[in-house]
Design a protein around this ligand. Structure first.
Ligand code: FUL
Length: 484
């Protein structure tokens, strides 16, 4: 009944539902597939963005580039506080704005005077990138950097010389601070700025100006395991909005060659497509406040637990990852209000994931009962269920009714993304009723439905590109949220 396969890169597969004593060949992979680094990244699911830089002190979102290093002066900066809160929040890493569009650098770059080295903070001796890299290491978090391609301070922006400058800065960040798990390339670029005193508008050809192939090769050389994010990947792509919501149909296969960072019609590519040529999963970036940067007037506008859980279900639960931004304040600390909300979300998720009701359920797949070694509920992402048809039904049955409201299902990604649509039905003892419908599954789909005492749940894959290869299926009770 069981076949062990060892030829799938990172993962060993256990295949069930084969006919007796017959070796089952693994299903053929379809479409573009994730590489090992992408598979490892898929497991992170939730990590944090830190927007902290010159804008924190000028109370802006986009600095013009004429700010003075003297303006950068946190009074109580403590990167260990950031890392401690991120860890408690359940995040797996932090990505910081090493340089935003205004050009100010949080590390003492050798290539510009516009950095912490000319600020009053630590008398110009400090290095926030070094401090945060150390704090992340201490709290077992991954560390990533955002380096804005657009630079409204630099006199050479728009010329070839700036590209050399940009690559030099990237080289510093990727050589001097240990392992970097993600490099974040923003698509926003080109426009008016200070540009060393020119005070003018500079437009660039977003597709060609940055010589992306060259920059990507540089990252690969210096940090081969790092994920590279941009609208166009190559490893992870933007989800297409800053609300933290992926789509009902979110495909990791993506028409990568047709996209470039900052393109105006990115919308039409954002969802991905089953015809995609490359595996480029989405990342959903969103701020816990209205702004990316800290503004004291937004202290009472930190997102509620209800907002944050909706974001979580619509990102992590829709084949995406969640990059949740925390605007560090002028002290250089995560504000108490933001910390409180982050921890509320962590408590909520802990409570939800504490009990997997599927463990006590009898599983039936296309009328065949699954016995021991159910690959769908062995808490191992490296086993999967093989079925013959593109449409398939997984039914769960409990001896006693269970008060639940959330189903989690995952595809086995090393064999490609397959599911096109599904329905979910529930039985409260009086027959089956429709609970939800949806499109893709991918890395993880979280399906919320009305809380009730169910004796059974039935997930039906109604369309797939090829017989679906499901890896995990769990059932949870997401806690009720009281009005804040
Ligand atoms: C955008 C930027 O323009 C915002 O300021 C912010 O950094 C966000 C994450 O990306 O494109």
């Amino acid at each position: 009944m069981r076949t062990f396969l060892t030829s799938l890169g990172l993962l060993t597969a256990v295949v069930l539902l084969s006919s007796c004593n017959q070796k089952t060949a693994p299903p053929a992979p379809i479409g573009p597939l994730p590489n090992d680094a992408q598979l490892a990244w898929q497991q992170l699911e939730y990590y944090g963005f830190i927007h902290f830089n010159m804008n924190t002190f000028t109370n802006k979102e986009w600095g013009y580039g004429d700010e003075k290093p003297a303006q950068f002066n946190p009074t109580a900066l403590d990167t260990r506080q950031w890392a401690r809160i991120a860890k408690q929040a359940g995040m797996k890493g932090l990505i910081i704005t090493a340089k935003h569009h205004d050009g100010f650098c949080l590390w003492p770059s050798a290539y510009t005077e516009h950095s912490v080295k000319n600020s009053p903070w630590q008398n110009g001796e400090g290095d926030i990138i070094r401090e945060l890299a150390a704090a992340c290491k201490e709290f077992d978090l991954k560390f990533g950097v955002y380096l804005s391609p657009w630079d409204r301070n630099h006199p050479d922006y728009g010329t070839e010389a700036y590209i050399t400058y940009y690559c030099n800065q990237l080289t510093e960040l990727l050589s001097n601070y240990g392992p970097i798990f993600e490099v974040w390339f923003d698509g926003a670029n080109g426009g008016d700025g200070y540009y060393g005193g020119a005070n003018e508008e500079r437009r660039v050809d977003k597709k060609t100006y940055y010589n992306w192939p060259n920059t990507i090769a540089l990252v690969r050389k210096l940090q081969p395991q790092a994920m590279i994010f941009s609208d166009a990947g190559p490893d992870i792509r933007w989800v297409g909005n800053e609300r933290g919501y992926a789509y009902d149909a979110t495909w990791s296969p993506f028409l990568r060659e047709e996209v470039y960072a900052g393109m105006s019609n990115f919308d039409q590519y954002a969802q991905g497509t089953p015809e995609g040529t490359h595996w480029v999963p989405t990342e959903s970036d969103v701020s816990i406040r209205p702004g990316w940067y800290y503004h004291p007037e937004q202290d009472d506008q930190v997102k509620s637990l209800a907002d944050l859980t909706t974001i979580y279900f619509n990102s992590v639960g829709r084949n995406s990852s969640l990059l949740l931004n925390i605007p560090v304040d002028t002290r250089g600390l995560i504000h108490e209000n933001d910390a409180a909300q982050l921890l509320q979300l962590a408590d909520y998720l802990k409570e939800m994931y504490a009990n997997d009701y599927a463990q006590q359920a009898q599983f039936t797949v296309d009328d065949k009962q699954l016995q021991a070694n159910n690959p769908l509920n062995d808490a191992k992402g490296n086993t999967y269920l093989v079925v013959k048809e593109a449409t398939t039904t997984v039914e769960l049955e409990w001896n006693r009714p269970q008060q639940v409201n959330t189903l989690m299902v995952q595809e086995f990604l090393p064999l490609g993304q397959r599911v096109v649509s599904f329905t979910l039905e529930g039985n409260t003892g009086t027959g089956w009723e429709a609970l939800a419908t949806g499109a893709t599954i991918g890395n993880k789909r979280l399906i919320n439905f009305k809380t009730s005492a169910y004796t059974g749940l039935r997930l039906q894959i109604t369309a797939a590109l090829a017989p679906p290869v499901l890896a995990q299926l769990s059932v949870y009770t997401a806690p009720e949220i009281e009005e804040e």
